[in-house]
Design a protein around this ligand. Structure first.
Ligand code: ADP
Ligand code: MG
Length: 254
């Protein structure tokens, strides 16, 4: 993808708007004055050292964690304590985490059909077709009738991604989706994410896969100590980092 193509795919419609957001875990100030506007079609990679608040930020966007100050708006819905708003936002936003627990007593296919059928009220037949489509996309349609415990960790993670996609989310959040996978599986998962990006999915990915960031992201955000320290398009971010903290981080990982 060229820079021009990347630009073309980003709309001026706002998908996520975060203003002056602060979060504490007890007395610990974990996120500080986060301001972030994500436009539809953006592929954002969040990088930063361990403990910098990347996961917490991702989890706040989906109301898995509560923030205490400032605002988060997803698709125009304000994230508040109103459960209806939280439901609306969660139905728009898919998530893939490093360790995503599948339901052990359901088959792979049933795992993928559960939420579409019970939450989205999609007919069984259509939900089954969608599930098989995404299981093919992550290259494990042959595992459909097995149970999670019969699959490798890497295969289970690909199921988790397929299961998220079955809800047809407008935004996908990834939190180190490939960190627990062996190299062969990393490539397959990243390939799936590249396809998603090319289809125009709005994505925020916490990842250490800097090759992926260069290839797919239109913006890389660097976090440290609960703050967004720096952000830029990947070429500039990697080749011309501005802050000392970013330079230090890049020198350690590249
Ligand atoms: P990252 O994903 O960048 O590694 P996290 O968002 O997981 O960072 O964590 C940021 C900081 O918040 C870390 O210091 C971590 O120990 C702390 N933290 C994370 N979750 C909790 C929690 N549930 N309670 C208290 N502190 C937490
Ligand atoms: Mg994390």
């Amino acid at each position: 993808m060229t820079t021009a193509q990347k630009q073309l795919q980003v709309s001026d419609e706002v998908a996520i708007q975060i203003n002056k957001m602060n979060k504490w875990y007890g007395a610990f100030h974990v996120l500080r004055d986060i301001d972030l506007t994500v436009y539809r079609g953006e592929r954002i990679v969040i990088a930063g050292p361990s403990g910098s608040g990347k996961s917490t930020l991702i989890r706040c966007i989906n109301a898995l964690e509560e923030h205490q100050e400032g605002s988060i708006e997803v698709d125009g819905t304000l994230l508040s304590s109103d459960l209806k708003n939280i439901d609306t936002i969660r139905s728009e936003v898919g998530m893939c985490f490093q360790h995503f627990n599948l339901f052990p007593h359901l088959t792979i296919l049933e795992n993928c059909m559960l939420a579409p059928v019970w939450v989205r009220k999609i007919p069984q037949k259509e939900a089954r077709e969608t599930a098989m489509h995404f299981l093919e996309k992550v290259k494990i349609p042959d595992q459909a009738d097995k149970y999670p415990g019969q699959l490798s960790g890497g295969q289970q993670q690909r199921v988790a991604i397929a299961r998220s996609l079955c809800m047809k989310p407008r935004i996908m959040l990834f939190d180190e989706p490939t960190s627990a996978l062996d190299p062969e599986m990393i490539k397959e998962v990243l390939d799936t994410m590249v396809e998603l990006a090319e289809e125009g999915m709005t994505m925020i990915c916490v990842t250490h896969e800097m090759g992926f960031a260069r290839k797919v992201a239109n913006r890389v955000i660097f976090m440290d100590a609960g703050q967004i320290v720096e952000q830029n398009e990947p070429g500039e971010f990697f080749d011309n980092p501005q802050s000392e903290r970013t330079k230090l981080f890049l020198s350690q990982i590249l």
